[in-house]
Ligand binder design. Structure first.
Ligand SMILES: CC(C)(COP(=O)(O)OP(=O)(O)OC[C@H]1O[C@@H](n2cnc3c(N)ncnc32)[C@H](O)[C@@H]1OP(=O)(O)O)[C@@H](O)C(=O)NCCC(=O)NCCS
Length: 231
């Protein structure tokens, strides 16, 4: 496994505090995409690798660079040019999101991955449009039946979009219960605490977390040995 795989992100790592999980248990009632003037969404073209890295490095951290795109994204079993979206302004990519699948999770579950927009273009709900592009993609591919994603408690703008688009929290560990209550207050949606039954929602059994870690580790290991193989 690459040594930097579990790098701390804002003090969190996947073992001490697993990412929050959100699920949308169907692909019905997906709203149309409504973009402000000057913006468009298109799918991946060969010349986009560097643009993707630039967007991700700014929005996340330095680990999400061109090298990681080539090592983790391009060889991913779920990568298809038509599943990687770019939000463009005046034809220049300023945001991106991927309609993906995740190792160890049912192939029927679409995984929304690496949603990010350059800071200068934030504040216009464009993250909603990119998320919608992924959901429509899932809907167009018969294999997909539902959708999920991982996120973190400080990603409030993203979480607000996901909730409005029908994603619901799933508790992976007990401490996620308090985290979700805090989040829903901070984004001024406290009514969802009751609507989702956060107080009494079950926490997934601990083996679920073990499997989640194992599948990331095994996939990561597979990627690290793949260049040594002849296929
Ligand atoms: C996620 C992201 C693409 C969303 O950008 P965006 O679409 O421009 O989001 P907006 O700025 O329009 O914010 C969406 C909502 O969150 C609200 N919001 C933003 N920051 C907030 C904060 N700190 N506290 C509470 N609410 C906040 C906004 O007011 C808006 O609510 P409204 O629609 O009721 O007005 C962008 O924030 C980003 O690239 N973040 C870094 C990468 C990231 O976190 N990706 C998500 C990975 S899961």
């Amino acid at each position: 496994m690459p040594a930097d795989y579990f790098e701390p992100v804002h003090g969190r790592n996947e073992i001490e505090f697993p990412q929050l999980e959100m699920v949308r248990d169907h692909l019905e009632e997906i709203p149309a995409i409504d973009l402000p003037e000057g913006y468009s969404i298109r799918t991946f073209q060969e010349a986009d690798e560097q643009a993707w890295a630039g967007i991700m490095t700014e929005a996340f951290n330095i680990y999400w660079n061109l090298e990681r795109f080539r090592r983790l994204v391009r060889p991913h079993f779920a990568f298809r040019p038509e599943r990687l979206f770019f939000l463009c302004n005046g034809g220049i990519p300023v945001g991106s999101a991927m309609a993906f699948q995740w190792p160890g999770i049912s192939r029927r579950t679409g995984f929304i991955y690496m949603l990010a927009i350059k800071r200068a273009h934030c504040g216009k709900a464009l993250g909603r449009s990119l998320t919608l592009a992924c959901l429509h993609r899932f809907r167009e591919e018969p294999i997909f039946q539902d959708a999920m994603l991982h996120t973190e408690s400080f990603r409030l703008p993203a979480i607000k979009h996901y909730l409005r688009l029908g994603f619901k929290p799933r508790l992976i560990v007990e401490k996620h219960r308090e985290t979700w209550k805090t989040i829903l207050h901070r984004i001024e949606m406290p009514e969802l605490i009751q609507e989702f039954g956060i107080e009494n929602a079950p926490v997934l059994p601990s083996w679920h977390l073990g499997i989640r870690l194992a599948r990331i580790a095994s996939y990561s290991y597979w990627l690290s040995i793949r260049p040594l193989l002849s296929f």
